[in-house]
Design a protein around this ligand. Sequence first.
Ligand code: B12
Ligand code: SF4
Ligand code: SF4
Length: 439
Amino acid sequence: MPDGTNPMIRSAKSHESAVLTEISFAAKKHWNYPRKYFEIWENELTITADYILSNDVFVFEKKSTILGYYSIVELTNDIKLSAITIEKGFWLEHMFIEPEHIGHGIGTMLFDHLQQRCIARGIGEVKILADPNARGFYEKMGCTYQAEYPSTIKDRTTPLLHLQVNTACRTFQKSKGTAMKNRTTQAIVDFVAEYQKKKDITTRWGVPLVGFAEATDPLFAQLKTAVSPTHAVPQDLLQHAGTVVSFFLPFPKSVTATNIKERLSSPEWAVGYIETNELIKQLSLHLTEVFAGAGEEVVTIPATHNWIEDKLISNWSHRHVAFIAGLGRFGLNNMLITDRGCCGRLGSLITSAVMEPDARPEGENCLYKYDGSCKKCVRKCVNEALFVDSFDRFRCYDQLLKNVEEHKSVGYADVCGKCLTVVPCSHINPVKMKLRAQK
Ligand code: B12
Ligand code: SF4
Ligand code: SF4
């Protein structure tokens, strides 16, 4: 977990309102305004817990100390404040840095973060009523000066600036996002390679596959119909979700090969299941740290057992998420068939980082769905749960529970997997192979 020693930008917590208020006052005092101004600004500069909960408020934190913050406020209607009218829209209401840390790049980092937030939330324009002393900073950041605006203080004006979160900015963010994406993929590949060197781990995973989906991809909302009305969208789990990262950890052929003969699963399959669930947990924690180092938030999701008991359906389906992230297509056996097959496990997490999404490949990966052939998975089902036109998840679960009993010496292994072992889609994308062979 992040230990607060690395600089990071994160959502403000409601109990931090007093610290943010102090920073607001200290930053304003830095410009030597007369004391009477502060009486007028008292309300404006006081940050409450409610304010933090109802708006986008982000803090810059170093060594567990908050050194600055910014807030985006959405006005749904024009509002009148004494002589002035504040138009509806998105406003950068506050951006303040502790005076002794001004000039150290914190403002630029916060501004950079603000642009990412806007992209993630689909905000095209942000308005700023800046302190006159800060106008130069905002112009340097790409904002355009519009006009002088009457201030809440008589005979004083304040500059109005606009930030267009335009295509150029999006391209810039995406190029930054590409670097982050490469780092994320490498972090996953390296972590899995290192993890299997541990003495007590017996599974040897293949090279992971990693896919990225935009958190605002409309397909997430469709999971409420495809999976369950209670299925979450990324924003339900992380308010400022930018990207969903999905990964597939392939089992080695040696493990799959053991899971053929008997009705019950092999011990290797059971151990592979337990070890991969733990790997997904550790990998998710590791990625949380990687993203925290870049000032980004993460929400992790368990590999399994996050299902609704009486329905055996989850509110976060890793398979559907992997499909959205372009990692594969569903097989007749229900598995997500990737380019490295379907024997393996899937994980996913949500991050505030904005990264380039992956394209979803066209065409089917399952032979039955491609040309009506194969159906081996159906023939291999050991508990009459899987058919060409239906799947009985409760019968399937009964079989998994038999394996729990069988393998209790290695842990809790609710496994079976006969319908995915030693079938054409176990370790490859069989349609791709078929098409290649036909060329
Ligand atoms: C609940 C659950 C179960 C239940 C129900 C199974 C099921 N099919 O849903 C039980 C306990 C029975 C079970 C069994 C198994 N599970 Co399970 N299970 C889950 C869990 C927790 C949620 C799955 C869920 O909510 N499904 C939602 C339902 C609605 O989806 P569905 O039944 O698969 O049906 C959909 C697809 O067929 C899809 N579909 C079909 N064609 C197409 C085409 C398109 C274009 C689209 C969009 C969708 C689509 O539409 C259906 C409805 O939406 C996930 C972990 C997670 N949180 O994601 C693991 C998970 C799905 N299980 C997994 C595995 C491996 C198994 C087993 C092999 C056990 C084992 N490890 O040995 C068996 C396989 C059973 C089978 N053939 O389906 C893996 C799958 C990996 C992969 N490559 O896909 C997962 C993802 C765990 C993980 N972290 O890797 N599981
Ligand atoms: S075994 Fe054959 S029919 Fe079943 S999912 Fe794999 S490719 Fe499709
Ligand atoms: S996991 Fe086992 S019981 Fe469930 S569908 Fe596959 S073969 Fe049948």
